[in-house]
Write a new protein. Structure first.
Length: 275
């Protein structure tokens, strides 16, 4: 191990996917004409001792997801400047610093929730802030909710989380958030529903790495119906895929994303509003 790098080889399972997400985001941020400004992600990859190459391709998807959630969060924080942002299973996201740059006079508070090995690495690798509180626990340990003051607004992010949960766990997390945080919002992403059927053991991203199984997903039709089936949800927004770099991601994929006959078969970026 390189002396000045921090070893992350102990991470496994779903926690290891945080490194895959980080690597994809950092790669995209380092390209000329980058679609995402994330210098901290680049610094993180350079600071971690890990075999990132085993993950395979470093496509635009992770950077585009970050753009989508940043836009939703920034819009909410503009209306609720002293809100609490809860980052569930945050991994090595650097959203706090991107949003602090994007929001005028940032006053929001940040609650980072993840398993102990990830939080320990975050605290070694990332700068501290009086506006950040870290909790070493599962997102399914709902005691984190007691640490949130909902009076000034709550924005919950669950990037790359719900799909790895069992369906009853994922739905209960949504139900409890809607119950506890009226006036708040929640952003999450899901893969196409066919993934859990076609790859029950997980998708291979390279010859040396298989992404963990994703047992939970909902179609855009099912997501839209949450407003009728989950008390406390007053609106469900199907968030557009941001435009990326190159003809496919700037033109073809956005068109497919909105094409009616195929919408129910794609993945989703979803923003819930709680009443």
């Amino acid at each position: 191990m390189t002396a000045d790098k921090i070893d992350a080889s102990e991470l496994g399972g779903v926690s290891e996917t945080a490194l895959m997400t980080l690597n994809g985001r950092a790669h995209q941020a380092g390209l000329p004409g980058a679609i995402l400004q994330d210098p901290m992600a680049i610094e993180l990859v350079d600071s971690i001792e890990f075999d990132f190459d085993k993950f395979g391709r470093k496509g635009q998807e992770m950077a585009l997801r970050s753009l989508a959630v940043d836009a939703c969060a920034a819009k909410y924080l503009t209306r609720h400047p002293q809100a609490t942002v809860v980052a569930l299973a945050e991994g090595f996201q650097t959203s706090f610093w991107r949003l602090s740059e994007a929001v005028r006079d940032p006053q929001f508070h940040w609650l980072s929730v993840d398993l102990a090995p990830v939080i320990a690495l975050r605290e070694r690798l990332l700068p501290a802030s009086p506006r950040i509180t870290s909790l070493s626990q599962s997102a399914l340990d709902y005691s984190w909710m007691d640490r949130v003051d909902p009076g000034n607004g709550v924005f919950i992010t669950a990037e790359g989380l719900l799909m790895y949960l069992q369906p009853d766990e994922a739905m209960d997390l949504i139900i409890q958030c809607a119950k506890r945080f009226p006036g708040g919002q929640m952003f999450f992403d899901l893969p196409p529903t066919m993934v859990k059927r076609l790859a029950p053991k997980g998708l291979k991203s390279s010859r040396r790495y298989r992404v963990p199984p994703m047992p939970f997903s909902l179609s855009t039709v099912q997501l839209a119906d949450l407003v009728n089936t989950v008390p406390g949800i007053k609106a469900v927004h199907d968030i557009s895929m941001p435009r990326g770099r190159g003809f496919f991601f700037s033109t073809v994929w956005p068109a497919i994303w909105h094409f009616g006959p195929t919408k129910r078969f794609r993945g989703a970026y979803t923003l819930l509003e709680f009443g």
